[in-house]
Design a binder for this molecule. Structure first.
Ligand SMILES: [Mg+2]
Length: 309
């Protein structure tokens, strides 16, 4: 028997909807992650928290994790700049603490907007989410971009789910600056764009083909994995369900679909039903006419068989 995890040399794991949901750990996640014998890197589009904060959060849930095992979209944005901007250059940091900490770790001098018109134009702008980002901060970003600074967005998630509803996410704030300057950022670091996953593979010192990406969202985690050249596992513990997986366009189709993280430790081809049988049923459902009521029945029946215990 070869478990899913044993087919790879490392796992790159999403957080929200995979490891935790709101204040609680996702069922089976902590035990499954701790039992892995291959390295795990946690990769999150959330740009506002620092890797140390994320690691502490995971630790509180019972997941063994160091700050070195966490890559954020801020880290990926700063990493991208190392190819283009000289070490020690000033970079305008828009967003939470995560942005400035990532820039510093990559050898840059993060600067904050202070409204001073005489300040030199920064070499680049890294724009990430922060709950305190203001219209004045967005204005400073626009001024710097208009003056020629390279503009990198950590991520472009349009919305941010909160306990009170849906708030504008970094994508909406980036869109505000884009509207003002008349063009999009030069590059976006977070999923579904490849840099965050590529940074994770670089951290692991592994080729992307040896890494399995795990996530709960087709349009970020899975599409990003495909674009980065990684195989992927969609777990149905977060945003997307089996019906969404059936309806996913080609570029968002995962290599594997499983009810939860326990399946990292099981052979996808073994058992009755098997994970592979579920994958085949999903493919069959995709081929069926979309208005055929029965097309999802087989896939859902296999899923319920796989979800037991
Ligand atoms: Mg997620």
């Amino acid at each position: 028997m070869t478990s899913l995890a044993e087919r790879y040399e490392a796992v790159v794991c999403d957080l929200d909807g995979v490891v935790y949901r709101g204040p609680s750990a996702v069922r089976h996640a902590v035990e499954a992650l701790d039992a892995l014998s291959i390295p795990v890197v946690y990769a999150t589009n959330n740009a506002s928290r620092t890797p140390a904060e994320v690691a502490a959060h995971l630790g509180a849930l019972g997941v063994t994790c160091t700050a070195e095992q966490v890559v954020t979209s801020s880290d990926a944005a700063a990493w991208l700049l190392t190819d283009e901007v000289a070490p020690g250059a000033e970079v305008l940091a828009v967003g939470g603490a995560g942005v400035a900490v990532a820039l510093e770790a990559a050898g840059f001098v993060p600067v904050r907007a202070d409204g001073a018109a005489e300040r030199a134009v920064p070499a680049a702008v890294v724009q990430g989410y922060g709950p305190a980002v203001s219209a004045a901060d967005l204005a400073e970003a626009a001024y710097a971009v208009e003056a020629g600074a390279r503009w990198v967005a950590t991520n472009t998630d349009a919305t941010l789910p909160t306990d009170r509803g849906v708030a504008p996410g970094n994508g909406s704030l980036v869109a505000a600056v884009a509207r003002a300057v008349g063009h999009d950022p030069a590059v976006v670091a977070g999923k579904p764009h490849p840099p965050l996953y590529l940074l994770a593979a670089a951290r692991l010192d592994l080729d992307v083909s040896r890494v399995l990406a795990v996530g709960d969202r087709l349009d970020t985690d899975i599409e990003g994995a495909r674009r980065a050249g990684m195989d992927s596992l969609l777990v149905l513990t977060g945003v997307d369900d089996l019906e969404a997986a059936v309806g996913a366009p080609t570029e968002q189709r995962p290599t594997f679909i499983a009810p939860d993280l326990r399946w990292l430790h099981r052979d996808p081809d073994a058992g009755e039903p098997s994970l592979t049988a579920l994958g085949t049923a999903v493919e069959r459902a995709r081929d069926a006419p979309p208005d055929e009521d029965s097309r999802l029945v087989e896939a859902y029946s296999l899923l319920s068989g796989l979800s037991g215990e």
